[in-house]
Design a protein around this ligand. Structure first.
Ligand SMILES: Cc1ncc(COP(=O)(O)O)c(C=O)c1O
Length: 348
């Protein structure tokens, strides 16, 4: 017998990527950045007036939103901050999806999305991607009845970025809110920020966890119209972004060139690794993110276990459509050299 609500008692909840314990794994399983954040963050942290922590943080993270407004060419009132973009996704569900309502998301995609539907007591409306993991022509029709469509672009775990034209078609035809989760957009050729001007039903979210090397900070942003941001603000916890995150996030935006340089390094490593894994007989999907999604020449679950045995943590999803694949986050060149050496042994 459980004291929890039925919907909670019957689900197992989201399972995050494994966190290594004592054993020193090379961690390539949760798409973290192998490079340090901008060095100025160290002095911001050192010089932070610690006695200020007795006070609550500024509820709307004004300073941080101001800095983000400049960087992204938006009004501050078009921006909301979250305790990671996962927090913003939870806020999205609570804002746009009634209990008993319906959430649309592509399949495969970020495995948190269906869990969020469960937590909200909402129905699932999965929209199958085609054989190439592309968005189907009739995505909006398939999502009919849902009030929110969560769309990761670039997609996870497949790593591809749906053509802008197909995203626009979805935004035009879908009756509810299209939430474009751009957690990996800094690694991609383009992004959907311009869609905010074109469509009143679009939200774009970003995270500091990947390109900015700040997964431990827990900071995300969402951009939309003034009206939609006002609704989201009603739902968020009053102090959902702590004081340190607000200061460090602002500094990270001011030092954006540091992030952009790291992104370039990661993209070069991604290209080199993709070629070398292909040469080992892996079918590597074209990636616009900081990870590769590939079908190894041997059963994926075995390759995952053999890599783990050799000290490399990657991600394996025992789920329909993706169970023949592994996902490998792009690490430093040195980490990837080691991983490739292990792959060479395993795939031989
Ligand atoms: C598509 C996608 N969205 C959001 C997130 C979560 O980001 P955050 O760390 O900002 O909560 C992830 C993390 O892996 C992700 O893959």
């Amino acid at each position: 017998m459980s004291y929890a609500r039925d919907t909670i008692a019957r689900i197992s909840g989201y399972v995050p990527g494994e966190q290594p314990g004592e054993r020193p794994f090379v961690k390539l399983n949760t798409n973290e950045n192998p490079y340090a954040p901008a060095p100025r963050l160290a002095s911001v942290l050192r010089e932070f007036p610690w006695e200020r922590l007795r006070l609550y943080s500024e509820p709307s993270a004004k300073m941080l939103r101001q800095a983000a407004a400049e960087v992204y060419g938006l009004l501050m009132e078009q921006i909301i901050c979250g305790n990671g973009s996962d927090d913003l996704l939870t806020i999205a569900l609570r804002t746009f999806v009634d209990q008993g309502g319906s959430l649309a998301y592509t399949e495969p995609s970020y495995s948190l999305y269906p869990v969020l539907a469960d937590l909200q007591g909402a129905k699932h409306c999965p929209v199958e991607l085609d054989a190439n993991f592309e968005l189907p022509e009739n995505a909006a029709a398939l999502a009919q009845g849902a009030s929110l469509f969560l769309l990761a672009r670039p997609n996870a775990p497949s790593g591809n970025s749906f053509p802008l034209a197909s995203v626009k078609k979805l935004c035009r035809e879908f009756a509810g809110v299209v939430w474009i989760d751009e957690a990996y957009a800094d690694f991609a050729e383009d992004n959907c920020l311009a869609l905010l001007e074109e469509f009143p039903n679009v939200v774009v979210s970003r995270t500091f966890s990947k390109s900015f090397s700040l997964a431990g900070l827990r900071l995300g942003l969402a951009f939309s119209s003034l009206e939609i941001i006002r609704e989201l603000e009603k739902v968020k916890d009053s102090y959902n972004v702590d004081m340190l995150s607000q200061h460090l996030g602002k500094a990270a935006l001011e030092e954006i060139d540091h992030m952009l340089a790291n992104v370039e390094k990661i993209k070069a490593t991604r290209q080199a690794c993709s070629e070398q894994l292909s040469a080992l007989g892996c079918q590597v999907l074209p990636s616009q993110a900081n990870f590769l999604f590939l079908r190894p020449p041997k059963p994926a679950a075995e390759v995952f276990a053999a890599l783990r045995e050799r000290g490399y943590l990657v991600r394996y999803f025992a789920l329909p459509r993706v169970s023949d694949y592994i996902r490998i986050s792009i690490g430093s060149d040195e980490q990837m050299r080691g991983l490739l050496a292990s792959m060479r042994e395993i795939c031989a």
